[in-house]
Design a protein around this ligand. Structure first.
Ligand SMILES: *Cc1c(COP(=O)(O)O)cnc(C)c1O
Length: 415
């Protein structure tokens, strides 16, 4: 709050497409999709129309003992997209992670192995900030103050290619990290319920990217050691990395998938945990205590489900993944001056994510860059010294040009 005395909040009066407008009508490019949630721009007419239609039918009803068409249809469509035929709903990403942790441990308990109740995650992982999700979020800044509240999970080395030894490539580094995972599971599998990871990109770690080989090896190890694989696709799902879901680039099937953020196109809070028939079957019983009990008032909210269905309609109708490849190619070309900038140490790109590590040891770089970019009409929030773009998929060439020029200007002004 104190920092805002020198760096005022941006008042946003309205938004359209990739642009936010302040009360004076000045526009700002929403280059991080409002924290990675917006896919098709603000005020998308189709999502608005679906919501208006749903508002005239049913705004909400509890999902205990009741059901409704939007939640049934959404579950079926997510099942068709992922091959995981069972869905559990919450309203935010951290809660989806909580649910996956609880469901995994409860699965093992129902299978007569209650000692399998610990989790393992990757170094520098981010899975949300509720007390359970913090236990596998490996970020001191978010966790230290609450350490006494948290039952810390173990971590294994991150396959993030930036962490490779000098001269070691991304693939070799991924294999090396999988070996460390193997050592860990060999020793700990009896207590371990699940491995939780962000497939392909550890976004909150500063867009740390890894080779899909790690996911293949991790999947095989989880199989061998009877440990669930939880894919946290909250940030990378829905086309962000170029495929509908990031884990699909490795050709694997996780035991749990956590979804949120882009699920509703950025309109309403909603999250889902998808899982397999095998997990479902472990809870299928006459006894209530063996069921998965996680009571959430707004679970499966019809409005949020309709926003999600309208979002999935857009993916189908507009062949979004193919169109994004073209958009990414053009933005890549435009971003060349940034990738080659003398202050940029490492630039990388996957799907609709771009990242540039900036040579600076100024701990206030992110804040100063944010302010300098805002002056140039671009809303960006570097993570540490990593500048990144995660724009809505509807960004056009004019906006892409503004994004790159604004970033170059801001970089020259403060790096
Ligand atoms: C944002 C995020 C979360 C948490 O989602 P919230 O809705 O903010 O609680 C969890 N995992 C990943 C990978 C995320 O990017």
């Amino acid at each position: 709050m104190k920092q805002h005395e020198s760096q005022p909040l941006l008042p946003v009066a309205r938004a359209e497409g990739v642009w936010l407008f302040d009360p004076e009508g000045r526009r700002y490019l929403d280059a991080t999709s409002s924290w990675w949630v917006n896919l098709f721009g603000h005020q998308h007419p189709d999502i608005k129309a679906a919501l208006a239609d749903q508002l005239d039918r049913l705004e909400h009803v509890m999902l205990a003992g009741c059901t409704h068409a939007p939640v049934v249809e959404l579950s079926e469509r997510l099942a068709a997209l992922t091959g995981l035929g069972h869905a559990f709903y919450a309203s935010d990403g951290a809660s989806a992670v909580e649910i996956a942790l609880k469901m995994s441990a409860h699965y093992w308990r129902n299978r007569g192995r209650p000692e399998k109740c610990r989790f393992v995650g990757l170094e520098q992982a981010y899975h949300g900030e509720t007390v359970g999700a913090l236990s596998i979020t490996d970020m001191a800044l978010f966790r230290s103050a609450y350490a006494p509240l948290v039952r810390l999970s173990d971590t294994v080395p991150s396959p993030d290619a930036r962490r490779a030894e000098p001269g070691v490539g991304a693939l070799e580094h991924a294999r090396h990290c999988a070996l460390a995972l193997e050592q860990y599971l060999k020793a700990q599998h009896r207590q371990t319920a699940a491995l939780v990871l962000e497939p392909l990109v550890q976004c909150a770690a500063g867009m740390g990217m890894h080779d899909p080989e790690y996911l293949r090896l991790a999947r095989a190890l989880c199989e061998r050691y009877e440990v669930h694989l939880v894919a946290d696709e909250i940030a990378v799902g829905f086309g962000r990395t170029g495929s509908m879901f990031a884990h699909q680039q490795a050709g694997i099937r996780p035991d749990f998938i956590c979804l949120s953020k882009g699920l509703t196109g950025g309109f309403l809070p909603l999250s889902a945990v998808l899982t397999t028939d095998e997990v479902f079957d472990a809870f299928y019983d006459d006894e209530t205590a063996r069921a998965f009990l996680h009571s959430h008032s707004y679970t499966g909210n019809p409005l949020a489900c309709r926003a999600a269905l309208a979002t999935l309609d857009l993916f189908e109708r507009d062949d979004v993944l193919a169109r994004n490849r073209g958009t990414a190619q053009r933005l890549n070309a435009l971003a060349q001056p940034l990738a080659c900038h003398r202050k940029v140490l490492r630039s990388r790109h996957i799907g609709m994510i771009w990242a540039f590590d900036v040579a600076t040891d100024d701990p206030t770089f992110a804040r100063r860059f944010h302010a300098a970019a805002l002056k140039r009409g671009v809303l960006l929030r570097p993570i540490g010294n990593t500048l990144y773009f995660m724009p809505p998929y509807v960004i056009d060439d004019e906006a892409s040009q503004c994004l790159v020029e604004g970033s170059l200007g801001a970089l020259d002004a403060c790096a």
